[in-house]
Design a protein around this ligand. Structure first.
Ligand code: NAD
Length: 336
């Protein structure tokens, strides 16, 4: 049985708590949040024995084997270093931290304490994105490929998300899922370029604009995001992958599914080739958060290496930081 402490009991922590309840060899035993009410509420709902408003109390609790760090991003570093020093295995939500130096300090602290450390890049466990990645890697649209992802709305409502020092805005907090997934598909990035602006008067983050990532493999990505629209306004969304032999669209009509694939349990992906030739590939729908949390529990209990690692967290963050730096200077940024 893995006995878990939740550090931060807000939005994403509750997503995890729901899944952990269904994992038989895991149990939430201690909840901590600076809002004592949030900690008490989660403890009550999930049957934890203890709750408090200071995570140092949780870290002193010998009954806790592992922690989920679900705090605003600028607080990840201190909580992860303290958790490592307390000998707990660590699941830390993405992005790993707000600076590369902090990310390295977290990695080093976990290595010194010999505790397991992983980052919440849940797209690694998404059977939908995973199937797209498989098709790209299998050469179904040729290489080099270009990943395009556009998304626009008002962004999260908690102010720290749109504070440049605390959450970093969409090209740090949102698109970091893409950076990590793209690295798992294309390998390391070589160079990035960013052009960002701030729409919201109360935002200190760059809340709207574009990042371009060139990978060492020759593949490329373009992310165009906004969290700067007025409340309730939305722009068009787009996500696809282009290649010299065609395009992969993330959707397919159920009536085009191959025989026997049930749209209740399966989703579809369309590959469009020369002369509009269309092939539909299906994937089994899965709860990616449940898959991710199961993986964490399995790694912590059985001493297995986790996917992704702290180093993956640092490298994904560095892509986002490079895009913001490029936007500030107007120059592309080379990544090591
Ligand atoms: N994997 C995903 O898809 C995903 C989705 C949303 C958020 N996140 C990430 O999860 C993290 C948390 O985001 P959220 O949406 O849950 O934020 P949130 O604001 O909903 O929750 C954060 C919680 O931390 C608590 N907190 C703040 N300071 C604290 C402190 N010093 N000690 C203890 N508790 C403290 C707050 O009271 C709040 O309950 C962020 O890094 C965010 O980027 C990941």
């Amino acid at each position: 049985m893995l006995r878990i402490g939740m550090i931060g009991c807000g939005g994403i922590a509750n997503h995890h708590a729901k899944r952990l309840k269904d994992i038989e060899d895991a149990r939430i035993v201690h909840c901590s949040d600076v809002s004592g009410d949030a900690a008490a509420q989660m403890a009550k709902e999930y049957g934890a024995d203890k709750h408090d408003a200071d995570y140092r109390v949780l870290l002193d609790d010998k009954a806790v084997d592992a922690v989920f760090v679900c705090l605003p991003t600028f607080l990840h570093r201190d909580a992860v270093v303290a958790s490592a020093e307390a000998g707990k295995h660590i699941f830390c939500e993405k992005p790993i931290a707000m600076t590369s130096r902090h990310a390295q300090e977290m990695i080093d602290a976990c290595a010194r304490a010999d505790v397991m450390f992983t980052i919440g890049f849940v797209r690694r466990f998404d059977s939908h994105w995973g199937k797209v990645g498989e098709l790209v890697k299998a050469g179904r649209i040729g290489r080099p490929a270009v990943w395009r992802h556009c998304s626009a709305g008002g962004g999260p409502t908690r102010p720290w998300f749109l504070d440049r020092e605390q959450g970093g805005g969409p090209l740090i907090d949102g698109a970091v899922h893409d950076y990590d997934f793209l690295r798992s598909m294309f390998g390391d990035a070589k160079r990035v370029f960013g052009s960002m602006k701030t729409f919201k008067s109360d935002s200190t983050a760059l809340d709207t604009g574009t990042g371009v990532i060139q990978f060492q493999s020759g593949d490329e990505a373009m992310l165009c995001w906004s969290w700067g629209l007025p409340t309730g306004a939305r722009g068009e969304s787009l996500i696809d992958v282009l290649g010299p032999d065609g395009a992969i669209s993330f959707t397919a009509m159920a009536d085009q599914f191959p025989k026997g694939a049930d749209p209740k349990t399966h989703g579809g992906i369309t590959i469009v080739g020369k002369d509009n030739a269309r092939t539909v590939e299906v994937y089994e729908k899965k709860d990616m958060f449940l898959e991710q949390d199961r993986h964490f529990v399995d790694c912590a209990l059985n001493g297995k290496p986790p996917i992704p690692t702290g180093e993956d967290g640092k490298r994904a963050l560095e892509i986002g930081l490079g895009i913001l730096q490029s936007s500030d200077t107007g120059e592309p940024v080379a990544l090591a």
